[in-house]
Design a protein. Structure first.
Length: 95
């Protein structure tokens, strides 16, 4: 029986060694925002774009809504769970 427990323990070690800290961070903190001045925001962990025009971008995540207000806003790049909003960002609202 000790032999089986040792194999399981080795399996768990290998599993968590391959599970990077970025995976843990995404599981614990679903939204990550990075701003480059007031001209660009990189958002990781969003689910959907609810509304979008040149003055507002409204994003929905699992637990909150994030609204960017500004001028000449545009979605510069979008992937599965990341988006880049560019333009002149004047304020951000979290609901």
């Amino acid at each position: 029986m000790n032999f089986k427990n040792k194999k399981f323990s080795d399996y768990k070690k290998k599993l968590f060694q391959n599970f990077s800290s970025s995976h843990i961070a995404k599981a614990l903190n679903p939204i990550n925002l990075e701003f480059k001045g007031n001209n660009e925001a990189i958002i990781e962990g969003f689910k959907t774009i609810e509304e979008y025009d040149e003055n507002m971008v409204k994003l929905k995540s699992k637990k909150m809504t994030i609204i960017f207000f500004g001028n000449n806003l545009e979605v510069k790049c979008i992937s599965f769970d990341s988006i880049i909003v560019s333009g002149t960002i004047t304020s951000v609202n979290f609901n």
